[in-house]
Design a binder for this molecule. Sequence first.
Ligand code: FDA
Ligand code: NAD
Length: 415
Amino acid sequence: AHMNENKEFVLVGGGNAAGYVAHAFVENGIADGRLCIVSKEKVAPYERPALSKAYLFPLDKSPARLPGFHTCVGSGWERQTPDWYKEKGIEVLYDTSVSGLDISLGTLSTKAGGTIKYSNLIIATGSTATRLPEAVGGSLPGVHYLREVEDADSLVSSWQEASKVVVIGGGYIGMEVSAASVSWKLDTTVVFPEKYVMPRLFTPAIAHHYEEFYKSRGVKFEKGTSVKKLVAGTSGRVARVELTNGKVIDADTVIVGVGAKPNVIPFLQAGLKSLEGGIQVDGQFRTSAPGIFAIGDVAAFPLKIYGRTARVEHVDHARKSALHFANVLTHKTTDPYDYLPFFYSRVFEYPGSERKLWWQFYGDNVGDTVEIGDFNPKYAAFWLVSGRIKGVFLESGSPEVKFLCCCFFFGLCLS
Ligand code: FDA
Ligand code: NAD
């Protein structure tokens, strides 16, 4: 159906980066009739972080639902509903999965057998949740993964019937989903192999504060162990979780958050160069093939301030890489992307919650740490190398504190 007609800009992916590219193309007057978005999802791009936050509020606490959080509301900009795309002359092919790329022909092939011809291609396919193998029970009914709005809907419907929940993984998904699960007053246990939560980012001291807070809200932890098997009951639905340490936990609902993988297979098979498991790009998001760009989770880009290549799986980078790419394309800048990594999380923020947690992190978590504050409510950690600040972590940081941290980075420490 979409055959033959050549499209000037084709963007594959309908997520955070896609929504922000659409915004920037409209701002620059290059959207109308020139941009086509090809998305595997059935809905217009939305602010994905909401799926593990306001989407999972208890049903009597006004949970977020679409169209409420279409991009670019996360930046306080206009909400891009499906009608917005129509009004702006942006074609969106929903429910369309790209399965192949032919660089020499300049064509994409779709899973449904279609062909899309492009002049310029932007790859923004994000990541997929890593699944536990089928042999371990990773596909049993009652076992959930969380990446897209359909996954969140399916989890919410399980929680309406649930009583015992096991969350596998002590990373971002594990922390956010377990906080939501206890706010639904469900018996909740988090299982992970490391010594403490969020080991990729937190220090033992930071993790201790969060674990104690979570325990005070009813979350149980099984640390230093992993899943041996998810076992079904007589109904076929998951009924218990067998751990490698020999323990067995009853569960009617399991959420797996054991990491994500970038969606790059058709593009790497077509011959684009790969780095860090993603698609190699330069500071202007150009891949190894002319006219093909990659942004967001899939892009392995030069992280200028640290002199290394990085792939960043966080929304701030998805947004900023999209905007920088559009600025390069429209000759507003010739500068390479100069990114200061920024991640955050918010939990227990449903209406009426006694206390919400809200942390933010800037920079790189390397070197020695200095920690300040008692977590009641504020707390800060600084990572230092040879007396220079490399990373800052803030819990409940005010805008003034954030401003100071940015000054440290840009003015004092990295010059
Ligand atoms: P994104 O994943 O948003 O979009 C990719 C799009 O491509 C999807 O629409 C997908 O369906 C589509 N697609 C994939 N393959 C395709 C194909 N072959 N053909 C067509 N379409 C295809 N970050 C943060 O900083 N703070 C936070 O609080 C959170 N919270 C959070 C919660 C949850 C539940 C998740 C899953 C993730 C987060 N993140 C986050 C991470 C953040 O959401 C993520 O880094 C960005 O969404 C990345 O944006 P992209 O556009 O690169 O991918
Ligand atoms: P993650 O990498 O943050 O955490 C994975 C965790 O899984 C590890 O910490 C480890 O504890 C655990 N693990 C790994 N293998 C395991 C096993 N076999 N059994 C038990 N535990 C195991 O990944 P995630 O939390 O799944 O997040 C997925 C993606 O979503 C990432 O790209 C992440 O950046 C993104 N995300 C970001 C945010 C945020 O920035 N606030 C929130 C949610 C999701």
